[in-house]
Design a protein around this ligand. Structure first.
Ligand SMILES: C[S@@+](CC[C@H](N)C(=O)[O-])C[C@H]1O[C@@H](n2cnc3c(N)ncnc32)[C@H](O)[C@@H]1O
Length: 233
């Protein structure tokens, strides 16, 4: 299956929360980076059963690394009790992630089993062009993920934070907008995720299935994007 088929139908066969509009936007950013000759590694924090990771596997070029980090054992026990009360994760095992991933790719990505808070910029360097932060929803951990991303992201790269405006994730919203106000993070697109960067964003051609609405927020011109199911593929 190629990446387009994965975005349209393959994705639906893998449990997770990776929406079609976001999958198309990930793909559009990858195409824009290729055009701008931005080469670099890809990092995902929080892969669950692999829905978004599998697409990242399609975006990775042979000379680039795909690194994923997940606890694979349950949500960090904290005051944030949303997941334990709603039982939203049916299967957090590494085995399920790997089995799903290998249905679409021949080789697994580099897997780091543990909390993203144990990752250090010194272990990697500023080599990443795409970073998908979709792990813990807690303020302190997302703040730590954001500062890590700031050290790892190359010019022309994008960092993408999941659940930026979801009802049950105020910690993500707080940490990410703190990054905008205090750490130079530049918001570019918003769906349920915030797509952002440091430095000058590269131009991205918005897929036809997404409608863009412009906003000026704290001096930044950004767009929120809505997926229109009726639009042509
Ligand atoms: C919302 S799910 C990821 C969804 C996935 N990216 C998708 O698109 O379907 C969140 C994942 O983050 C993991 N996680 C939670 N806290 C984490 C932490 N501190 N470090 C790394 N992963 C974490 C959970 O185990 C879970 O697999």
């Amino acid at each position: 299956m190629n990446r387009s088929r994965y975005i349209i139908e393959g994705r639906e066969s893998v449990p997770g929360w990776f929406e079609r509009g976001d999958a198309e936007l990930f793909n559009a950013i990858d195409l824009a980076q290729r055009k701008a000759r931005v080469v670099g590694d890809i990092l995902e924090i929080g892969c669950y059963q692999g829905s978004s990771t599998i697409l990242l596997g399609y975006l990775r070029n042979p000379n680039e690394r795909l690194v994923v980090c997940d606890l694979f054992q349950g949500v960090t026990p904290t005051l944030d009790n949303f997941h334990s009360r709603t039982d939203s994760y049916s299967d957090l095992s590494r085995e399920s992630f790997e089995a799903n991933y290998l249905q679409f790719h021949q080789q697994l990505p580099e897997i780091i089993e543990g909390s993203s808070t144990t990752l250090s910029a010194n272990d990697f360097g500023q080599t990443f062009r795409l970073i998908h932060v979709d792990g813990s929803h807690e303020y302190e951990i997302v703040r730590s993920d954001l500062l890590l991303a700031k050290s790892l992201l190359k010019p022309g790269g994008f960092v993408i934070f999941d659940d930026i405006i979801t009802l049950h994730t105020p910690g993500v919203t707080a940490a990410v907008w703190e990054g905008v106000f205090h750490d130079g993070l530049i918001p570019v697109f918003q769906t349920a995720k915030l797509y952002a960067t440091w430095g000058r964003p590269i131009d991205v051609e918005i897929p036809k299935t997404l409608t863009a609405f412009s906003h000026k927020v704290a001096g930044h011109l950004m767009s929120h994007l809505e997926y229109s199911p009726g639009a042509p593929d």
